[in-house]
Design a protein around this ligand. Sequence first.
Ligand code: HEC
Length: 315
Amino acid sequence: MRRLTLLSILLITATPLWAQMHDVYVSDKVRVQRCKLDGGYSRAVAVGYLGGFNYAFDAVRCAPVYTWWGGYIDFSGEVTGRGGYGSKVLGIRRTLGADAVPLRIGDADTLPGNIEFNGYRRDVQSGEPTFLFEVDGVEVEQRVLSSGSDQVKIELVFPESYSSPRYYLLDPAVHASVQLSDGVKWKRNGVIEIPAAINKATIDIRLQPADKTFERKLPDMNGEMVFKNFCNACHSTDGTKLIGPGFQDLWGRESTVTVNNLTKIVEVDEAYIRESINEPQLAIVQGYEQVPMANFSAVLTEDQINKLVEYMKGL
Ligand code: HEC
């Protein structure tokens, strides 16, 4: 059985809020969505992996144009039809340094005369897409992967043999380092050469570290809304047991918890509730050892926690 990771717990529980904001988060398979995307890409395909790695493939340039780590996309621009530029990515956009058409056949310095986007094929199991296109008549299959933060691997497969070398243009300013697969080499700064004999090339890019962090602007919520959006999936407000204990008559009741392998009886008060939110592993309610509660200290703002605690006093 797959373990329920902290991330997936957060994804499951926070769905209502994000749904309300038209955000789409990646839950089980790789997400692939055609849309208009930030940055002026009118024909983009947004790809979102489970661990938070995302990238935008531009079907006009036939290239991955940027990546972001974090959430997937906020579709509100498209859903509400307010115009403007469609969907927003939920993270800091980081260019991959391929603004013009990066793949060239035979001649690195001339834009291809003909580019044809043929869609993508998806892996049945994982949902991962392989983009299919032709540049000056040469068929290309492209995947983009990540093996960690700041790391992007571009894989290019040429299913048929041709006699010309291919070139991939990569702006040197965006990466800290690049590793090329066997036989692939730098022609000059910013231009990678894939000799004609090579049918599969990988370009492993380590990006320059991001210069800012992403902050999601959440709508103003009162305590009840915070509860509904972040706690409700595991805690009912009547007696029902969900993944966690029910919260009927919560305030002032006694809980039997395990702290450092010792059994303790604690009274539910403000300090205990705050501790449950910020450091849920300190005291585990007996009978609920299987699925530990996720830590919400990084998810909720101080103000949201205050409102939540006030709301919970009345349960
Ligand atoms: C993924 C499920 C899950 C979510 C979401 C969740 N909890 Fe929990 N919570 C649990 C589980 C399981 C326990 C019992 C184990 C433990 O104490 O860690 C628990 C225990 C608690 C307790 C102690 C209850 C008692 O009877 O002593 C409090 C208080 C609490 N959670 C508050 C919250 C608040 C507030 C939120 C929302 C910000 C929240 N939880 C979100 C699963 C969850």
